[in-house]
Design a binder for this molecule. Structure first.
Ligand SMILES: NC(=O)c1ccc[n+]([C@@H]2O[C@H](COP(=O)([O-])OP(=O)(O)OC[C@H]3O[C@@H](n4cnc5c(N)ncnc54)[C@H](OP(=O)(O)O)[C@@H]3O)[C@@H](O)[C@H]2O)c1
Length: 243
């Protein structure tokens, strides 16, 4: 499905990004992993190599513009890009500080804009490529404590729509996938706060998501099977927003 496509996945050292990188390899693509944790990146690359694919990794802290530049310069031309790295935050509005706003937006929004700007500037994205942003249903809801996280994902989603128009002449597609709760390191502590997880679960008609659920949709968006889709924001949440 992704034969010989070089695809960069940010935040691929764990959770959703890890699964996306593995599934790119399983679909005959060449995943390029990036994150800060080099041990995890190495371990995942070994796993992907065992499946017969050809991954590479580049360690980078996306908060640092020089490290973004080094990452971009190290890359081959890409046929796909998954903007997945992100951090969550639960700060009620009255406790927000300027430093907190800067932290969340730097990782979830600013670094991604800089990365894409540089990839375009250095002509690293091939014509007919696919760019997938991992947004969140938080950007469409009003969950207490998530204002900064939700706003950062909403900003990313708006950015993606304008980008979709700007790169359309090159037939580069840009789509956002907005998941509901998926069990990963990022959300582990939410589940731990519930004695049995039941309150959260009853709001999810199909249960909480898995990293596989999200990765399957990403593989479709990266593949030529979605060649007429751009500028969309697809909710994938096991029916949560129905209730
Ligand atoms: N899990 C959910 O329920 C859920 C729901 C909706 C949306 N999402 C979104 O899905 C994405 C992945 O979430 P996840 O649950 O898989 O989280 P996760 O397991 O915590 O993974 C986050 C990834 O982001 C990377 N990252 C964080 N800060 C970074 C930085 N400064 N520089 C480079 N990489 C950085 C981490 O790598 P290192 O630690 O190696 O740097 C890690 O690989 C996020 O954008 C999140 O907002 C998640």
């Amino acid at each position: 499905m992704l034969s010989e496509k070089n695809i960069l996945v940010t935040g691929s050292s764990s959770g959703i990004g890890r699964q996306i990188a593995i599934d790119i390899g399983l679909n005959k693509g060449n995943p390029i992993l990036t994150g800060r944790n080099i041990e995890k990146l190495e371990e995942i690359c070994k796993l992907i190599i065992q499946e017969g694919a050809h991954p590479v990794y580049h360690q980078a802290d996306l908060r640092n513009e020089n490290e973004i530049t080094d990452l971009v310069m190290s890359l081959p031309n890409l046929s796909g890009l998954v903007i997945n790295a992100g951090i969550i935050d639960y700060t009620p509005v009255k406790f927000i500080s300027k430093a907190k706003i800067d932290d969340i937006f730097l990782v979830n929004f600013t670094s991604n804009v800089i990365l894409i700007k540089k990839l375009l500037e250095y002509k690293k994205i091939n014509n007919n490529s696919s760019i997938v942003f991992i947004g969140s249903i938080s950007s469409k809801l009003g969950v207490p404590g998530t204002s900064l996280y939700a706003a950062s994902k909403a900003a990313l989603t708006s950015f993606a729509k304008v980008l979709a128009i700007e790169v359309s002449a090159k037939k580069i597609r840009v789509n956002v996938l907005s998941p509901g709760l998926v069990t990963t390191d990022l959300t582990g502590n939410i589940r731990d706060k519930k004695s049995d997880g039941s309150e959260k679960d009853k709001n999810y008609p199909l249960g909480w998501g898995t990293t596989h659920n999200v990765a399957n949709a990403v593989i479709f968006l990266l593949s030529d099977k979605s060649e007429w889709m751009t500028g969309t924001d697809i909710v994938i949440d096991g029916g949560f927003t129905l209730s």
